[in-house]
Design a protein around this ligand. Structure first.
Ligand code: COA
Length: 146
């Protein structure tokens, strides 16, 4: 069983490790420290049964009624255990408590598993954005109404 809680500075090293092993773009530790400073409410981590941080999610508010999921990643060795679903569910709940009515996110068109993960969790594909990533690849903008 795993628990979900707010990010703490002691999670930084592990979060950077999970991000670099899971995501195509790279993120410096300062990126996560800035998120933790300016948007701490929906920066959540999940602890695996070994008490090691197994995944994280970052949600931020765009304006008074809309929000964004910036990043979601689960360590490869813990995928398929429900951690991503739990992180997403908790983050959406917290964004809803902050009055968000809709949430968007970007996901690489070639990331079939993640696109299907979000489609199975009330998101729909809203638009295609060409060349958004550093390697020139495209993303879908996906949206869920809360
Ligand atoms: C997308 C991601 C966050 C999902 O996390 P997760 O903890 O594996 O999610 P869950 O266990 O809650 O659900 C995974 C889904 O894949 C299925 N699955 C089963 N075994 C799996 C495995 N070994 N690996 C991945 N998915 C598996 C689950 O049954 C579930 O299917 P469903 O959508 O039909 O319910 C994770 O795959 C990941 O970190 N991917 C790399 C980073 C990424 O693409 N992030 C999203 C873009 S920002």
């Amino acid at each position: 069983m795993f628990g979900v809680r707010h990010f703490e500075i002691s999670d930084l090293e592990r979060v950077v490790e999970i991000a670099s092993g899971s995501l195509t773009e790279s993120y410096a530790p300062e990126f996560f420290l800035n998120i933790c400073t300016f948007y701490p409410d929906c920066f959540l981590v999940a602890d695996g049964c070994d008490a090691k941080t197994a995944g994280f999610i970052i949600g931020i508010r765009n304006d008074c009624s809309s929000a964004r999921i910036l990043l979601l990643a689960v360590d490869e060795s813990h995928r398929g255990e429900g951690i991503g679903s739990r992180l997403l569910g908790r983050c959406l709940h917290m964004l809803q408590l902050h009055n968000a009515k809709s949430v968007t996110l970007e996901v690489g068109v070639e990331n079939v598993k993640a696109v299907s993960f979000y489609l199975n969790r009330h998101f729909r594909i809203k638009e295609l954005v060409k060349g958004i990533y550093n390697d020139g690849s495209d993303a879908y903008v996906m949206e869920a109404v809360l």
